[in-house]
Design a protein around this ligand. Structure first.
Ligand SMILES: [Zn+2]
Length: 432
């Protein structure tokens, strides 16, 4: 789609629906579609890694470690693949079992549960403007208490084997943990390679946190950038105004700050205030803002902000530190799941994430059909009978009342009903 068509589509969509949106994600998506010149004028510093990517990367590392530490492993897991091939969890299974599974419960759990839950905290009415859900507005103790509470809720659900709810609360609280790294000054304090393992424990209260009466946490050491709007940026500004997020500061020309060394305090934890939240940025003080064009209060002293949420300065005054913060968040996600694995043991961990593959015929056939994509129309068909002795599979269209039109497939199962990576080499299709 052309960029203007995308914007028009989004405008219509937003006007016609009352559903909430994750504006930043959409705007980043739109910006990714525009040409390089506009990207640079919006302050491109690096790629942007969103909560959904962070949780997936941290979790797949932990899953790879689970398989690597199995007693008497079927095949060896190569931990040097942790941050490349193993980002796709199917490759972990492929290396471990020697089979390429196309359908795994864990891939659905990641895409349908963990990723929506971790993102939802930014647009659920209960949490989107709640500083303690995002380590905002200097609410460190409150945010950490929230993590502690969620951890005990997760423990509770695990103890009654309600794994789905345990996953839901894990996704939600990991959002808060991620935000610690992009919303606070932890990275600027010099912790570029160290996660804060006190988060979620009472030891966190021993860390030095800025006093709420401290008047001066940031200075104005920020540069204001103004961009003239062309057609596309005009449409973008209209889009933001239509959504009506938090602020009416967004006008053409577009204005945003880039900030370097604007943090005054680097020996105590500080975070920024975000316009529209329950804790308002105080007047007459030089408190840090969250910053970015969606934060209207970042235009009042101390101007600018400190967030590292994205790789664009237009959203993040500290965009050059975005990847550092995102990597710490990935490391902490891995730590979170590894801590849980240590606590509950491998057996329970596997149940929590549904890691075991079922060797049922249905599961095998599901995988088989998926792998042999050449017959992808079979996905919508229903397995009606499986005769293992004659290796005959009968399939009929699911929901099709004229089921007499049965297709018959004879399948030469590879390696005892297990499909290898390609259809053509090992499997043969007969009577299609
Ligand atoms: Zn957040």
């Amino acid at each position: 789609m052309h960029i203007l068509q995308i914007l028009i589509f989004l405008l219509i969509y937003l006007v016609s629906t009352s559903e909430c949106f994750v504006p930043k994600k959409i705007l980043t998506y739109v910006i990714e579609k525009v040409d390089k010149n506009i990207q640079y004028s919006l302050g491109y510093a690096s790629e942007s890694i969103v909560h959904e990517d962070i949780i997936k990367r941290g979790l797949t590392r932990s899953i790879a470690r689970y398989f690597a530490e199995q007693p008497n492993p079927k095949n060896k897991i190569d931990l040097s693949k942790l941050d490349n091939e193993y980002l796709d969890v199917k490759n972990i299974y492929r290396d471990y079992y020697g089979i390429y599974y196309c359908k795994l419960d864990i891939t659905n759990i990641i895409s349908d549960e963990f990723q929506p839950e971790v993102a939802s905290v930014d647009f659920d009415d209960e949490t989107k403007d709640l500083p303690s859900a995002h380590f905002d507005a200097e609410q460190f103790k409150e945010s950490n208490d929230r993590v502690i509470n969620y951890m005990s809720i997760i423990e509770g659900f695990l103890s009654i084997k309600d794994y789905r709810r345990a996953r839901k609360f894990s996704g939600k609280i990991l959002h808060t943990i991620h935000d610690f790294y992009s919303h606070s000054n932890w990275v600027e304090m010099g912790n570029t390679d160290r996660i804060n393992t006190e988060i979620g424990t009472t030891n966190f209260n021993n860390l030095k946190v800025v006093d709420k009466n401290e008047r001066n946490t940031c200075d104005n050491n920020c540069t204001l950038y103004e961009i003239k709007c062309n057609t596309i940026l005009n449409a973008l500004v209209n889009l933001i105004q239509t959504i009506g997020i938090r602020t009416s500061f967004i006008n053409c020309p577009l204005k945003y700050y880039r900030c370097k060394r604007n943090l005054v305090i680097l020996d105590q934890l500080v975070s920024g205030f975000y316009a529209g939240q329950d804790a308002v940025k105080p007047d007459g003080m030089m408190k840090c803002s969250h910053g970015g064009i969606l934060d209207g209060d970042s235009f009042k002293p101390a101007e600018g902000g400190i967030n590292k949420d994205s790789g664009y300065y237009v959203f993040s005054p500290h965009a050059e530190l975005h990847l550092t913060a995102a990597n710490l968040a990935i490391n902490h996600t891995e730590y979170f799941f590894e801590q849980m694995r240590t606590r509950i043991g491998n057996e329970e961990y596997a149940k929590f994430l549904n890691l075991k593959v079922s060797s049922s015929i249905i599961n095998t056939i599901n995988n088989y059909i998926e792998i042999c994509g050449a017959i992808s129309n079979l996905k919508s068909k229903f397995l009606s009978k499986f005769d293992q002795n004659t290796q005959l599979i009968r399939m009929a269209k699911f929901g099709d009342q004229k089921a007499e039109k049965m297709n018959t497939f004879k399948i030469n199962w590879c390696n005892n009903v297990q499909c290898k990576e390609t259809w053509s080499e090992k499997c043969q299709r007969i009577n299609l």
